[in-house]
Design a binder for this molecule. Structure first.
Ligand code: GDP
Length: 316
């Protein structure tokens, strides 16, 4: 099928389904729009955690045990930095460090984040388009009981301990959507827009906050389908469940579906979860959504695409 699929994703969770989609579709049939709201500068380096998680997952380089970074990583740099009394709250493996150094060098040379990402993907043998949501800086901030925190301060330094009250995406209203991402959403042969099982508040919402992206998704005639990041009332990893609870929401896939209700026509909940109360304009599908193996990723990718295909033509 020549029809195109656009997938929105954050880092580790989203990257697993993104990987499944790359195995289920030809490379030119898929565009991945990746969150860059977590990007930050550290030790003089430009770090893009979600782009890196996606690249490592697609290149087969991701560490399956740690859940982030590269497999077979070594830590000489970190140990040496510690010995020098340097800043060690953000772990940088030696192989991972090479990605940040090379990205930072190319950005300093004047290349855009999109161009640098395309080059890194080429070098890693990734054929599918991996697109940062914007080449302009958007920075996710978290409102906690301790006031506003930069995302990495909240996520890594404070280990998600402060209770969240709200989120902001500084720069999102003036950031220009990445042009290929926008063009992909405007295609008239769009088969589906997939929202991967990523954290809705700090991985997907920053993408939707970039000027023009939410409107382009709304204007598209293609079905929009999201996959639950919550299984059995729990997140597989990270603070999504904790955030839902702290915001006074039910900790369930259904609550995530309600969060996206103005945007989606389909939502994939886990096969082990009860079918949610009906939600206007949203069809629920069930699938095994826990992705332990590559086969799980591919199976969920096919199930999601199949579900989206049943929704084709249902949009006004
Ligand atoms: P991050 O930016 O690295 O935190 O990555 P994401 O936001 O993309 O992914 C975090 C979300 O992925 C969490 O809410 C997890 O519950 C979810 N997640 C991780 N692994 C899986 C999985 O195998 N299946 C499903 N359905 N969700 C997952």
């Amino acid at each position: 099928m020549s029809d195109h699929v656009v997938a929105l994703c954050g880092g580790v969770g989203g990257a697993k389904l993104a990987h499944g989609l790359t195995l289920a579709l030809p490379p030119d049939a898929l565009s991945l729009i990746v969150n860059t709201g977590d990007d930050f500068r550290h030790l003089g380096l430009h770090i893009s955690p979600d782009l890196d998680s996606v690249m490592y997952a697609l290149a087969g380089l991701a560490d399956p045990v740690r859940g982030w970074g590269r497999r077979e990583e070594t830590w000489t740099f970190m140990q040496a930095l510690k010995g020098l009394g340097g800043d060690t709250w953000f772990q940088l493996g030696d192989g991972d460090l090479a990605t940040h150094v090379e990205r930072t060098r190319r950005l300093a040379q004047g290349d855009s984040l999109s161009a640098v990402t395309a080059e890194l993907c080429r070098a890693l043998g990734i054929a599918v388009r991996v697109l940062p949501m914007s080449d302009d800086a958007v920075r996710t901030r978290v409102l906690s009981g301790d006031g506003w925190l930069d995302f990495q301060e909240y996520f890594v330094h404070r280990q998600c301990q402060p209770a969240v009250r709200d989120f902001a995406f500084a720069g999102a209203d003036t950031a220009r959507a990445q042009p290929e991402a926008l063009a992909a959403l405007h295609r008239d042969d769009l088969r589906a827009i997939v929202i991967c099982p990523s954290n809705p508040f700090v991985s997907v919402d920053p993408i939707l906050a970039v000027a023009g992206l939410r409107a382009a998704i709304r204007a598209s005639g293609a079905p929009v389908i999201a996959v639950t990041p919550i299984i059995g009332g729990k997140a597989i990893k990270g603070p999504a469940a904790k955030m839902l609870a702290e915001l006074g929401l039910e900790v369930s896939g259904a609550a995530v579906a309600r969060h996206y209700a103005d945007l989606i026509q389909g939502f994939v909940i886990d096969a082990l979860d009860p079918l949610p109360e009906p939600l206007r304009g949203v069809t629920f599908f069930r699938a095994a959504t826990l992705m332990r193996t590559t086969e799980d990723r591919v199976r969920l990718a096919y199930a999601t695409l199949q579900a989206a295909d049943t929704l084709r033509g249902t949009r006004a």
